[in-house]
Ligand binder design. Structure first.
Ligand SMILES: Nc1nc2c(c(=O)[nH]1)N(C=O)[C@@H](CNc1ccc(C(=O)N[C@@H](CCC(=O)O)C(=O)O)cc1)CN2
Ligand SMILES: Nc1nc2c(ncn2[C@@H]2O[C@H](COP(=O)(O)OP(=O)(O)OP(=O)(O)O)[C@@H](O)[C@H]2O)c(=O)[nH]1
Ligand SMILES: [K+]
Ligand SMILES: [Mg+2]
Length: 466
């Protein structure tokens, strides 16, 4: 249990009202030291929980503000501790004065996320719910909002907790068998365990696969723009973003590091990733950049392969082997750029050549001029139809968090080992080790076994007052 009483301004600057949150064992007594109720008969500490009390904040004899104080008593508050909230007039001067008074009377400034961290430590919510609180505050669209609400309501945790409890049951029975090792007994019904493992495998792999949707909704559909140097990748990025984000020049190898930004097209958030142009180079920095190009290509859902139309045949033949094998399962769009430099008849022969070289690819193909913004609206339309994100509801359980995704991926590996272990009749102690590992990774999501560094990292990214 945390013994400090903490305070922070909980509202954004500039509003008509500004609220200060106080939480901890001394919350009510410290607040009553600076607050005088308008009705002298009743002191704050005698008030019932969930009441509002009108009165004044005083610094010695001086009135600082007329305020409303709300009262919460442990465990019935956001943090699970005694808490008060002081609703002042929204002046940053007043809020600072009240903060100083609280600190003078024994409070400490809260750290970022400390209220939510206390809610987590006091069992008010599990870690994935706490993370959803941050997502909720950051949500900027109906889809991100729905996903955060669903996670905050605990649908995700509930599903995982049920699975974990079933697994715990089995592993304890298997471990009991080990105590009776001489007697060759089987308390844990292996075929029932196999059924359970299959069910868990289904649930977890569905969750793991949902991450590509969750990630696309939360961080934008990743679209990698790749191709040879000077194909016009950065020019296109700037057109798509409507902003001069990347440096454009006629020097080959201008972009050396990855440049990313998001933009909303037709209600879908896209994350465009401009990359270093691919070419043979002795330059170390540029080579590192090209290495990153391939990493980004692997992470992308949609790949815009940019080809300088005036050099189409050489670019296609040089890069096809490097790019196509890495685009399996992705939506590939071949973007022939600099159409302003070629005749319409040449477009047809390029199209023909492309179809001949890659008869098996169902690649989208488009001619544009990024520089002159010709056909770039059509390219945006192609992107919108390529993204095909499902609409989500508050009941959908979709993984949006990399930490959860990684834990689930490890849990899935462990459950695969359980499945193959059961198939090959491995001994109970190995079996229970794999089950324990699966349990560990499932529990990590709820924060039951999560190490302090990870916890700290999660909460320090919250805002102060949350
Ligand atoms: N003024 C104010 N508004 C706020 C918050 C707050 O702390 N203060 N919240 C902060 O983020 C959110 C609301 N979250 C809250 C969650 C639980 C409890 C609470 O009192 N829980 C009790 C009672 C539950 C019940 O009756 O079902 C409990 O958990 O025992 C309060 C706020 C959004 N708006
Ligand atoms: N004529 C014409 N020139 C273009 C077009 N798009 C880009 N360019 C020019 O091509 C050159 C290279 O453009 P960039 O956008 O820097 O090319 P890049 O693919 O990002 O190049 P690297 O970062 O070096 O890999 C610049 O001089 C651009 O002005 C176009 O549609 N038509
Ligand atoms: K360039
Ligand atoms: Mg560039």
């Amino acid at each position: 249990m945390n013994q400090d009483t903490i305070c922070a301004i909980a509202t954004a600057q500039g509003g008509a009202i500004g609220t200060i949150r106080v939480s901890g064992p001394e919350a009510i007594s410290i607040t009553s030291r600076i607050f005088k109720p308008a009705r002298e008969s009743k002191s704050l500490s005698e008030q019932k929980p969930y009441t509002l009390t009108f009165g004044r904040i005083y610094d010695e004899e001086e009135i600082i503000d007329e305020v409303l104080v709300s009262l919460f008593r442990a465990p019935h508050s956001y943090t699970g501790e005694d808490s008060t909230e002081i609703a002042c007039h929204g002046s940053s001067y007043i809020l600072q004065q009240v903060m100083q008074l609280l600190i003078k009377h024994g409070c400490r400034m809260a750290q970022p996320g400390e209220y939510t961290q206390r809610a987590f430590l006091n069992g008010k919510m599990d870690l994935s719910q706490a993370e959803a609180v941050a997502d909720l505050i950051a949500s900027t669209s109906a889809a991100t909002h729905r996903l955060a609400i669903s996670q905050m309501r605990g649908g995700f945790s509930k599903e995982l907790t049920e699975l974990r409890n079933k697994l715990l049951n089995f592993t304890s029975m298997i471990e009991l068998e080990l105590d009776f090792s001489e007697e060759d007994v089987e308390f844990a019904d292996r075929s029932a365990l196999r059924k359970l493992a299959d069910e868990i495998e289904r649930v977890i792999s569905r969750l793991v696969h949902s991450f590509s949707i969750g990630n696309a909704i939360k961080n934008g559909v990743p679209v990698a723009i790749i191709g040879e140097t000077n194909a016009g990748k950065s020019t296109l990025l700037n057109v798509l973003l409507n902003e001069d984000k990347a440096i454009v020049s006629d020097i080959h190898g201008t972009t050396r590091d990855v440049i990313e930004d998001t933009i909303n097209l037709g209600g879908i958030t896209f994350r465009f990733i401009d990359t270093a142009g691919i070419r043979e180079t002795d330059d170390t920095i540029e080579s590192l950049g090209i290495e990153r190009t391939f990493q980004k290509l692997d992470q992308a859902e949609i790949v815009l392969w940019m080809i300088d139309a005036s050099e189409a045949s050489s670019q296609v033949s040089q890069l096809a082997g490097k790019i196509l094998p890495r685009c399996v399962g992705k939506h590939l769009i071949a973007v022939f750029n600099k159409s302003d430099l070629i005749e319409t008849s040449q477009c047809q022969s390029i199209e023909h050549l492309f179809a001949q070289e890659f008869p098996q690819e169902h690649t989208d193909l488009i001619f544009i001029s990024a520089k002159q913004k010709v056909q770039t609206d059509e390219l945006e339309q192609k992107l919108i139809s390529a993204a095909h994100l499902p609409t989500v509801t508050q009941n959908d359980i979709i993984v949006t968090n990399v930490r959860h995704y990684e834990a689930l991926t490890k849990a899935l590996e462990a459950i695969h080992r359980v499945q193959s272990g059961l198939d090959s009749h491995i001994s109970g102690d190995f079996l229970s080790q794999d089950i324990r590992e699966c349990i560990f990774f499932i529990s990590d999501i709820a924060g039951e076994v999560t190490n302090d560094m990870v916890l700290q990292n999660i909460f320090e990214h919250f805002c102060i007052g949350k």
